[in-house]
Design a protein around this ligand. Structure first.
Ligand SMILES: *Cc1c(COP(=O)(O)O)cnc(C)c1O
Length: 469
């Protein structure tokens, strides 16, 4: 492709995206294709001859687009959001064009130094303790794995402690913790049998006294308690584990305290939500995803640690071909995580943080929380519905409840969910809370406004009325 053709298609694609952002709300939010339907339209062998971009782009529209579930749709209420913004997309375009592979400082000093700077900005924006240092990871799952590996390194390090450890290390998290903790435990080799899922309370937060009981029990059996993951904003219901209660227990027993705030961490930009960080002085590591609720297109996960030296001890490598004269003076992020090659993700974050400013981000998050509170008030005011959990953020857990037995209620609510999603107007998903089938209404899409949430509620009521007939 020569430069004129690049220009031509570049303008064309930006035009297309500008229209997409404008009109995505008219598309069915959840893709309607059947399994295999897209694959069947893709030739089984690669093309022998070069194809023109016009034809490729045409196929993008006719073959690929129907198989896209539209995460940027204003009716997106499923899972958690992965919202983006035009600012972030434009930065991503520059990132792709620069094609930087930022494994070490020297392979692009600006990528390394901007990453350092914007993560310090994020630390300040969220009000995380001074002294935490940040690094971008691809996802929260990877950050949590890094935390587990660092904790294992610290627990088994001969020089730093004299344990010379051979005993099994034990990991703790609440029953409501994200599955990435279990996945990390498996990958890092702790052994699934050394993961303790601590019961949660009526509001789905970890019960700290049960954590300490489990630690004491394991110690008395000769095991080595090593790591506890606290969650701020659990995936099922947005529950908040108390760092003020868990921190002292972790310290007393020498555990690494990791905080998984993948979704809800963004809410800490608001003074009225800072309470979620009460007790954060004692954390060892913290992760949240700007790619969920902070307008930065996937992927971009912000991982903060108290002592970067544990990351470096875990991941550092010194092959001759990667040595540079700058090494003593700089951060080489290849030593701060699993991958060697790294994308220049800091650029999109920089664009977003500057374009919105702290005030813009606060207004954005505050509005979603306001809409969630509004939705919650409608649920509470309608006797056919039941609120299933506290709503601290942009997530409201609810269900229809006409007092049939649990199995029948599960079928009723599943039918409601399936019919809602089949309309193509909204998309929401479910979970189980203390065994009860629960619908999750998440408000966190950039373009979701009050009228969308009202329309969603009207739809929910209309289909519910029909189901209850
Ligand atoms: C979404 C989520 C994760 C996983 O995030 P990835 O970035 O996709 O790995 C982990 N923990 C919690 C609490 C989440 O909500």
């Amino acid at each position: 492709m020569d430069k004129d053709l690049f220009r031509h298609h570049g303008y064309e694609f930006v035009d297309w995206l500008a229209d997409y952002f404008e009109n995505v709300g008219t598309l069915p939010v959840m893709s309607r294709v059947k399994p295999g339907e897209i694959r069947a339209q893709i030739p089984s062998a690669p093309p022998e001859q070069p194809e023109p971009m016009d034809r490729i782009f045409e196929d993008f529209k006719t073959v690929i687009l129907p198989g896209i579930t539209h995460w940027q749709h204003p009716g997106w209420h499923a899972y958690f959001p992965a919202n983006n913004s035009p600012e972030s997309v434009l930065a991503e375009l520059l990132t792709a064009g620069l094609g930087v592979q930022g494994m070490i400082w020297q392979t692009s000093p600006a990528a390394a130094e901007l990453e350092d700077a914007v993560l310090e900005w994020l630390r300040q924006l969220l009000g995380l303790p001074a002294g935490l240092t940040g690094v971008i990871q691809d996802t929260a799952s990877t950050a949590t794995l890094c935390a587990l590996l660092s904790a294992r390194e610290r627990a088994t390090d001969f020089e730093a402690n004299e344990k010379g450890l051979k005993r099994p290390l034990v990991v703790y998290a609440s029953q409501e913790a994200h599955s990435s903790v279990e996945k990390g435990v498996k990958i890092a080799g702790f052994g699934r049998e050394n993961l303790r899922l601590i019961p949660s309370d009526a509001e789905f937060a970890m019960r700290p006294e049960r954590l300490e009981e489990a630690i004491l029990r394991d110690k008395s059996r000769g095991l080595e308690p090593c790591f506890v993951a606290a969650t701020l904003g659990t995936t099922s219901s947005g529950a908040v584990d108390s760092l003020a209660a868990i921190g002292p227990i972790a310290r007393r027993h020498g555990l690494w305290l990791h905080v998984d705030a993948a979704y809800a961490g963004t809410a800490a930009v608001l003074p009225e939500k800072r309470w979620i960080l009460d007790g954060a002085e004692s954390i060892d590591s913290f992760v949240f995803n700007p790619h969920k609720w902070m307008l930065t297109n996937f992927d971009c996960s912000a991982y903060f640690v108290r002592e970067p030296s544990w990351l470096v001890r875990t991941f550092e490598i010194h092959p001759e071909y990667l040595k540079t004269g700058a090494d003593p003076y700089v951060k080489n992020y290849r030593d701060w995580g699993i991958q060697l090659g790294r994308r220049f993700r800091a650029l999109k974050l920089w664009f977003v943080l500057r374009s919105y400013g702290a005030e813009g981000l606060r207004a954005f998050v505050r509005e979603h929380i306001r809409l969630a509170q509004l939705f919650k008030s409608w649920v509470e005011a309608d006797p056919r519905f039941e609120l299933m959990a506290p709503a601290h953020f942009g997530l409201v857990c609810f269900r229809l409840n006409d007092n049939r037995d649990e199995a029948a209620l599960a079928s009723l609510n599943k039918a409601l969910m399936d019919r809602l999603n089949a309309t193509g107007k909204i998309y929401l998903t479910h979970t189980a809370l203390h065994g009860k089938f629960t619908l999750r209404m998440v408000i966190g899409q950039r373009t979701t406004a009050e009228r969308h949430v009202r329309a969603a509620w009207d739809l929910i009521r209309e289909i519910s009325a029909d189901l209850l007939k």
